[in-house]
Design a protein around this ligand. Structure first.
Ligand SMILES: [Mg+2]
Length: 471
């Protein structure tokens, strides 16, 4: 099956481990977390804007004639077994009357802004997870707006009145439970999980509902006789942790409703970037690209270090006369890999007047947590297709992991492209490989790997997870 790339078995963060006991035993009032999720978002926006489509099986996605996949399916389409990430051709086969529309991300983004602005009326603690989904922490705002249940109803009503769209809302003491809750009665769902109800709600759910339990771990757990969340909760914590390590502790805690992740509004619209003002204005394009490459590697490393990845790459250029321009491009998929960022940045550099530059910079924004599952159909319009992309991505990730081990041990400069494409001994070869299509990059990563495997002994030989990884 064409599953979207994601980190299947996520490691708990240090932050989580450090936080876990003190908060669980604290006497603070239980937090009130909302998870708000728009129903069949892209498809619903299209139906709203073309009411003649109401009641029809509507999908947004790539063309059925090529290798397109479904991005969003209306609930009418889901009755035919059509769902996101399904190849469009297969969707058409399952539902011959399918209305398949091309995505209009500008439109979805502007609706998303409207929805996020509604959330912020009720609390500044809004953590968007995607265009159509966010966590809200309304702990402490009860006196202003009422409790979680009341706020949830008000938000749903605001969204419907102001955007004409329907959202599902879950209210609970933790993020994990709030997300479970919003999913329970979808679409048009509303569900509150109170502390006393946690066991009743969790116990019967399949264990795969636990955040971080992907298909592989589900299989392993099933083999141990663990089918439901209740089964997992009844195991000894030590047994689960000795079998699955830190991930075991994480999922066992979740099975008990323990989840101390806080709603993190800082994630939103942050960016990471790097720029440099040159001692003398630079006009040599090859030299500019070399700087750009090292910036991209550095920015990518920082993103990985923080467990983030981003979708929008912005290039900033300042000319000798201080005129400053920026050029941006948004990827279909978020990344934290240097070569991916560089491929875009280089393209953006070509769109800047070829005059001497005083300053050059690159930044990545639209950031998200690497642990967030990727839900979109990422490969519409990518002629090389998902499989090839995944393969080249896996190699890039492996090479990057090796590089990061060296960076962490010997300092960053050791392996950033200063040594790859250093100006003292210009190795145009490395840059030329990077300049080719992403599909050609494994050539570079293979040679890097060979070199690195000699340099870094042993290390982590496990295959990379499908998603790009974090710290
Ligand atoms: Mg949704």
């Amino acid at each position: 099956m064409l599953g979207p790339p994601f980190c299947e078995e996520l490691p708990p963060t240090q932050e989580f481990l450090a936080d876990s006991l003190p908060l669980a035993m604290s006497t603070e009032p239980a937090p009130s977390i909302l998870h708000v999720d728009m129903d069949a978002f892209y498809a619903s926006v299209e139906v709203r804007d073309n009411p003649s489509l109401a009641g029809l099986p509507v999908c947004v996605g790539g063309p059925a004639s090529g290798r397109g996949v479904i991005s969003a399916a209306s609930y009418e389409a889901r009755k035919f077994g059509v769902h996101s990430a399904l190849p469009s051709a297969e969707a058409r086969r399952r539902c011959p009357d399918l209305v398949l529309l091309p995505p209009d991300f500008d439109k979805y983004t502007s609706v998303s802004r409207q929805v996020m602005a509604i959330f912020r009326r009720y609390t500044p603690l809004v953590e968007p997870l995607s265009l159509d989904e966010a966590f809200l922490d309304i702990t402490g705002t009860e006196r202003l707006f009422g409790d979680g249940e009341e706020v949830g109803h008000m938000i749903r009503a605001d969204i419907l009145r102001e955007t004409g769209l329907v959202a599902s809302v879950g209210v609970a003491p933790t993020k994990f439970l709030a997300k479970i809750a919003s999913d329970l009665n979808k679409p048009d769902g509303f569900c509150v999980i109170r502390p006393a109800e946690i066991r009743d709600v969790l116990d019967p759910l399949p264990v795969s509902k636990i955040f971080g339990v992907g298909p592989r771990m589900t299989q392993k757990l099933n083999a141990l006789g663990v089918q439901t969340v209740g089964d997992l909760a009844s195991l000894q914590r030590e047994d689960v942790s000795s079998r699955f390590g830190a991930t075991g502790i994480w999922i066992h805690d979740l099975a008990h409703g323990i989840d101390n992740r806080r709603v993190n509004p800082k994630r939103e619209e942050k960016s990471h970037g790097m720029e440099r003002t040159f001692a003398a204005d630079l006009s040599d394009q090859a030299e500019l690209r070399q700087f750009l490459l090292s910036f991209c590697e550095e920015v990518a490393f920082t993103l990985r270090d923080k467990g983030l990845r981003g979708r929008t790459v912005t290039l900033k250029a300042r000319f000798g006369d201080f005129r400053t321009v920026t050029r941006s491009k948004t990827l279909d998929y978020p990344t934290n890999l240097g070569p991916r960022i560089f491929a875009i940045a280089k393209e953006l550099l070509q769109r800047v007047d070829q005059q001497p530059l005083r300053l050059l910079g690159v930044s990545v924004s639209r950031l998200e947590d690497v642990r967030r599952p990727q839900q979109q159909s990422l490969f519409n319009g990518n002629p090389s297709g998902r499989d090839q992309w995944m393969e080249s991505n896996s190699r890039l990730i492996r090479a990057t992991e090796s590089l990061d081990r060296l960076r962490k041990r010997h300092g960053r400069g050791i392996v950033i492209p200063g040594s790859l494409v250093g100006r003292a001994q210009p190795s145009r070869g490395a840059e030329q490989v990077l300049e080719q299509a992403p599909e050609a990059q494994p050539d570079l990563t293979n040679s890097l790997l060979e070199r690195l495997e000699q340099e870094s002994e042993g290390g982590n030989k496990t295959p990379p997870s499908e998603g790009e990884y974090g710290a």
